[in-house]
Design a protein around this ligand. Structure first.
Ligand SMILES: NC(=O)C1=CN([C@@H]2O[C@H](COP(=O)(O)OP(=O)(O)OC[C@H]3O[C@@H](n4cnc5c(N)ncnc54)[C@H](O)[C@@H]3O)[C@@H](O)[C@H]2O)C=CC1
Ligand SMILES: O=C(CO)COP(=O)(O)O
Length: 337
């Protein structure tokens, strides 16, 4: 049994806290909102993020970040990418001893172009962290709380740390694999949200399964191209954190990125879409990062670029699709891959 705290009580942090609580660990979940802490502790629900779900009695919420961090040996960071630096800056000053960090968020910081493990390494001094493990894969919170069979991967260069996290999370319905390729896991997890926005837009435009399959396959090609240039193992992109997560996010109605893209395709404006969602749509910020990464690494990322132009340059989605189809003819398989 481990002492574990989950930082962030959105849909994913809460679903993972349930998995850990059911595995018998001592679990605290931190929220920056007192009303949410009170709801979890008194009603055992988190209705905004996981409607119709009853939380286990041993899942305790706290609004004290200090208590959450002090009382645990393993810290699961489950806030949106945008909030990660500020949350670290709040807890680092009172940390006294080394902890194992697991992050479950999927994004890349625009401008700095840092992956999340790099953000954590920058904000948390090395003497206060034993390892940083990435947990990623095809896993919508809504299905995890129904105990539908789900598989994820935990990535860390230190296999012993990855195996400790694997042991903590693994259950009859939550199967966890290990991987050493942190870069590949993080790039696959972040970039699939950009392609999922595009897949939603294509559905919103009324195109069919051919177009969706094309986006998934060519999307994986451009994610892999970038990832390999950044130092990832190409095989990682055929795994759960690559192809697996890309499929689930591009095809599931649970995906916030797919849903936001769908509204884009139907002609809604980005501002109104984000207001309507009420939950994080990571792919929007990641599209900026992808645009910058493509330039930095000199990698062709046509689908990500097309999505960027729809989101930030007011290109109509249909025009973006037409431009993708009119690109110069080329071979399918890259030499590099
Ligand atoms: N929902 C899902 O099924 C999955 C989500 N993820 C990833 O997990 C991360 C979190 O996503 P969700 O839980 O779905 O998001 P969410 O939108 O459901 O919840 C986000 C939570 O973070 C809190 N938060 C926002 N800003 C904050 C700040 N500055 N300080 C502290 N707390 C803050 C919110 O109050 C909310 O509780 C994202 O990176 C997402 O891509 C990964 C796998 C599955
Ligand atoms: O990462 C996810 C599933 O693996 C969740 O995707 P969304 O953020 O699009 O809902």
């Amino acid at each position: 049994m481990e002492n574990i705290s989950v930082l962030g009580a959105g849909s994913w942090g809460t679903a993972l806290a349930i998995v850990l609580a059911e595995n018998g660990h001592r679990i605290r979940i931190w929220s920056h909102r007192q009303d949410q802490v009170d709801e979890i502790n008194t009603q055992h629900t988190n209705a905004k993020y996981l409607p119709n779900t009853t939380l286990p009695m041993n899942l305790v919420a706290t609004a004290s970040l200090q208590q959450a961090v002090d009382e645990s040996d393993m810290i699961v960071v489950a806030v949106p990418t945008k909030a990660i630096r500020s949350v670290c800056q709040q807890f680092v000053p009172f940390m006294r001893e080394e902890k194992l960090f697991v992050h479950v968020s999927k994004g890349i910081e625009p401008d700095s172009l840092k992956r999340i493990s790099e953000l954590l390494a920058e904000e948390i001094p090395s003497m206060l962290r034993s390892d940083i493990v990435v947990l990623s894969g095809p896993s919508h919170a809504e299905e995890v709380v129904l105990q539908h069979p789900t598989t994820v991967t935990v990535a860390c260069e230190n296999m012993r740390a990855a195996e400790r996290v694997q042991d903590a999370f693994m259950s009859s319905y939550f199967r966890v694999y290990t991987l050493e390729d942190v870069i590949g896991a993080e790039i696959g997890g972040a970039l699939k949200n950009v392609i999922a926005l595009a897949a939603g837009a294509v559905d919103g435009l009324g195109y069919g399964d051919n177009a969706k399959a094309a986006l998934i396959t060519r999307g994986l090609a451009e994610i892999s191209r970038l990832g390999v240039k950044m130092g990832a193992n190409p095989l990682t992109f055929a795994g759960l954190t690559g192809m697996g997560d890309l499929i689930v996010t591009c095809t599931s109605v649970h995906s916030r990125n797919w849903r936001a893209g769908n509204l884009l395709g139907k002609g809604y404006k980005l501002d109104e879409i984000l207001e309507q969602m009420g939950m994080v749509v990571e792919g929007v910020r990641t599209a900026k990062a992808a645009h910058q990464l493509a330039a930095k690494y000199d990698v062709a990322m046509p689908i990500s670029s097309a999505l960027y132009s729809v989101l930030f340059e007011a290109t109509p989605p249909k025009q973006a699709v037409d431009a993708l189809m009119a690109r110069m003819k080329k071979r399918e398989i890259d030499e590099m891959m």
